[in-house]
Ligand binder design. Structure first.
Ligand code: FES
Length: 139
């Protein structure tokens, strides 16, 4: 077994073949490091469900909702279809929300499948939008 930075390669030569039989890719672990999330956590409140969660910066808001058992609409999970569109108050990173216009972004619309918390936020889910008859992109 040879350690090469992020890659640990285990080899078991067979015959004259020196090709590795398997490779394991994982970040190096600090001895004694506590298990758990490595990304910073932020408080995320799903306002209409009355639930508050701790969400890591590398977990999408849609994934966090699913983890908490909140059923939300979605389809593509890649920022294309707008099925998961919802209003968010607070800092989020959503570099892949290409389906939203600048106006929609300014109004606080977010694609939950590609939105990641960068501070405490409150999510008003898409269900609210339909219950009050709001049109997509309008405040
Ligand atoms: S599920 Fe399609 S944009 Fe989020």
């Amino acid at each position: 077994m040879a350690r090469q930075g992020f890659c640990t390669v285990a080899q078991k030569p067979t015959g004259g073949n020196a090709l590795p039989q398997w490779e394991v890719f994982k970040p190096p672990q600090q001895p004694g490091a506590a298990p758990g999330p490595r990304a910073p956590l932020h408080t995320v409140t799903f306002a209409h469900q009355g639930l508050t969660l701790q969400v890591a910066e590398d977990e999408s808001l849609l994934d966090a909702a699913e983890r908490a058992g909140i059923p939300l609409p979605f389809s593509c999970r890649s920022g294309i279809c707008t099925s998961c569109m919802a209003k968010v108050q607070g800092p989020v990173e959503q570099d892949r929300a290409h389906a939203l216009s600048l106006k929609e972004l300014e109004l606080g619309w977010t694609l939950l499948c590609v939105a990641f918390p960068r501070g405490p936020i409150t999510v008003a889910t898409a269900r609210t939008r339909f219950r009050h008859g709001q049109r997509l992109g309008q405040d």
